[in-house]
Ligand binder design. Structure first.
Ligand code: PLP
Length: 627
């Protein structure tokens, strides 16, 4: 654990078993543990080959529960008279099983959904139709007349759909559509706050943000609604300053500005009921509990406390009724639930892959005695060798050199580099940069079976976001090989050579250039896993190099009511008995082939395999989790 800092970033959902396997606790620390390695072997035996994407849906329930508990505690602590009702932003991950889980686990908490486009709205309408009336549905993003109409139809269907004005021009569009349909809308206004978030995802904040109304536009919108006799329809103030807010000071500042804005709207005559604080609640990817971009220096409870207390203070000061507080946390709710398991195919030393011998004559190297070897002489020797190699390539392109002669030049260049290495070693001199294997000696490159960056962890490539990666077995053995990861695509970009540094929080520093791994064993699979990728990663990944959808294994609470009970913070009654019958997931899945696998952690499980063709063939399995 110390090597990979699982305790730091795992939030209690991951740990290591006595026999060195990675355990997942989908219902949190108190719940049953799944052996991820055995599960992967069982899946493999059922025909589900790695790379394998696991969705541990009970983790989503646990996160929703934790978020609500934190707000409940804050509301009690500050004697806040309003309520908290979160919504999940669908853009974070629109996977159907995940959205269904959010709706199911969220029901006891009146948890709703947020959409940011017309397509998302259509998708969630099918999920919310038939649910108890009044579920909050916050509608953000660019809107045309059709979008407006759909939102108003949602109200007719019993959802509490609120349409948020992101641009001033949307006010007229909404008023026209509402008049035509004869429906009174519930309106929100998104404000451009002046407080700016400076992280990777901060461009959604500040005066120049893409969406939101400036102060003068807000006043004009309120006046227009007043003129139309619709000011009683203005219910919600929304703002979103960006994702992954790493320092709580930002939350404090934003909440103060927004709370005063809310109070002003009340005092201008709007029937305000909701303050929607957007997303931003961070995830501690490296487990360092610092305000580096891969971490956060506050807890969920600190966040809830600061949100509630800021609104409370302004409401008391201005003598206005406290609103229902909404947050739109995506990252904090769904990152932990998905784990990507992939296998290692081969490894090569990073320094120089072994070259095939060639029966070509190579003239003996000139005998130099190195009386004054220094770093500059080595660099000069390397530059000369590189220059003559490039000249030879040019000669080949002009048809002067044959392929065999070019191969000979390759051999001479390799021999020159080897000689430079020997001299550097003998005289303890630094190698020219191009000859350095890596900052870590003996580093090997592990070729892994996936598309790391474009398909499964876009942010790792695009903005150098760190994600925890570690083996899921052999965790009792010393990992003796420093490794970088190269995936199967042909792009030099698609490698992982920055890893979380377990010492970051205790005086260490930069991300590690290599990950400690185990040597491969003949005939044995070696599995690694990538964690905390449940939002924004695989949903944004393209089909780069035509890599298809991943095989997916969805782990759910099996017994009816278990999900809701877990979300409400109760433990279901029968804790001891493992699986004996079909779960709702299995029943819902309909026809298909049943595979039964007995796994080694005390329960038996049914794995339902469902063939699914999504662009390229991928398999999907449902696994029902019995507490
Ligand atoms: N709400 C809005 C309007 C967003 O644009 C986003 C994403 O950036 C979110 C909520 C979710 O943010 P986060 O994942 O940081 O909670």
């Amino acid at each position: 654990d110390a090597l990979y800092n699982i305790q730091g970033w795992g939030s209690g959902y991951f740990s290591i078993s006595q026999n060195g396997h990675l355990l997942v606790k989908p219902q949190g620390e108190e719940g049953p543990a799944l052996d991820l390695f055995k599960l992967t072997q069982a899946a493999q035996a059922q025909g589900l080959r790695a790379p394998l994407l696991y969705r541990f849906l009970p983790i989503v329930g646990h996160r929703i529960n934790k978020l609500n508990a934190a707000f409940r505690a804050a509301i009690d602590r500050f004697e806040y008279q309003g309520a908290y009702q979160g919504v999940f932003p669908v853009k974070a991950n629109h996977d159907r099983a995940l959205i269904q889980a959010v709706v199911e686990y969220g029901a006891p908490h009146s948890f709703g959904l947020e959409v940011g486009s017309k397509a998302e709205l259509v998708m969630v309408m099918s999920q919310l139709a038939g649910r108890p009336p009044g579920t909050n549905l916050v509608c953000n993003g660019y809107k045309d007349a059709e979008y407006m109409e759909l939102v108003l139809h949602c109200r007719e269907l019993g959802m509490n759909a609120m349409v948020v004005m992101e641009q001033y021009s949307e006010v007229d569009l909404l008023l026209g559509t509402a008049r035509r349909l004869g429906v009174r809308p519930s309106i929100g206004i998104r404000a451009k706050l002046t407080t700016r978030h400076n992280g990777h995802w901060g461009s959604t904040s500040g005066d120049k943000a893409k969406f939101g109304l400036r102060a003068r536009e807000i006043v004009a919108a309120v006046n227009k609604l007043g003129d139309e006799g619709m000011l009683d329809c203005l219910h919600l103030l929304h703002f979103h300053v960006g994702s992954q807010i790493t320092n709580i000071r930002m939350v404090k500042e934003v909440m103060r500005e927004a709370s005063f804005l809310y109070a002003e709207l009340v005092q201008m005559g709007a029937s305000m009921r909701y303050i929607d604080c957007g997303g931003g609640l961070a995830v501690d990817y490296d487990g360092s509990f610092t305000d580096s971009s891969a971490s956060m220096s506050y807890t969920l409870q600190h966040y809830a406390n600061d949100v509630v207390s800021a609104v409370q203070e302004v409401c008391i000061q201005r003598g206005i009724p406290p609103p229902t507080i909404i947050t739109e946390s995506g990252r904090a709710l769904a990152s932990h639930h998905s784990v990507l398991v992939f296998d290692v195919l081969t490894t090569v030393p990073l320094a120089a892959a072994p070259q095939p011998p060639l029966p070509l004559p190579l003239s003996p190297p000139p005998q130099h005695t190195h009386t004054h070897a220094d770093a500059s002489a080595l660099r000069e020797a390397f530059n000369d060798a590189s220059y003559f190699k490039d000249e030879a390539v040019r000669a080949f392109k002009l048809g002067v050199l044959s392929l065999e002669e070019r191969a000979q030049v390759d051999m001479m260049f390799d021999a020159a580099c080897e000689r430079i290495r020997q001299v550097a070693l003998a005289h303890d001199l630094p190698l020219p940069d191009a000859l350095r294997p890596d900052a870590v000696p003996h580093t090997r490159m592990y070729h892994v079976n996936m598309s790391a960056d474009f398909r499964s962890a876009v942010d790792s490539w695009a903005i150098h976001q760190l994600f925890p990666i570690l083996p899921i077995h052999r965790l009792c053995e010393e990992p003796s090989v420093p490794a970088t990861l190269a995936d199967l695509t042909c792009d030099s970009d698609e490698k992982v050579d920055r890893f979380i540094n377990p010492k970051v929080g205790v005086g260490g520093g930069e991300p590690l250039p290599a990950l400690p791994l185990h040597p491969l064993r003949e005939g044995e699979k070696y599995y690694l896993a990538l964690f905390l990728t449940g939002v924004y990663q695989e949903v944004m990944g393209s089909v780069h190099n035509m890599f298809g959808s991943l095989n997916t294994l969805v782990v759910r609470d099996a017994r009816p009511g278990a999900a809701a009970a877990a979300a409400a913070g109760q433990r279901p009654a029968n804790q001891a008995h493992p699986m004996t019958g079909e779960g709702p997931a299995a029943r819902a899945a309909g026809s298909g082939a049943w595979g039964r696998c007995r796994l080694g952690w005390g329960g038996s499980w049914r794995v339902f395999l469902r063939g699914r063709v999504a662009r390229l063939p991928a398999m999907k399995a449902d696994l029902a989790l019995h507490p």
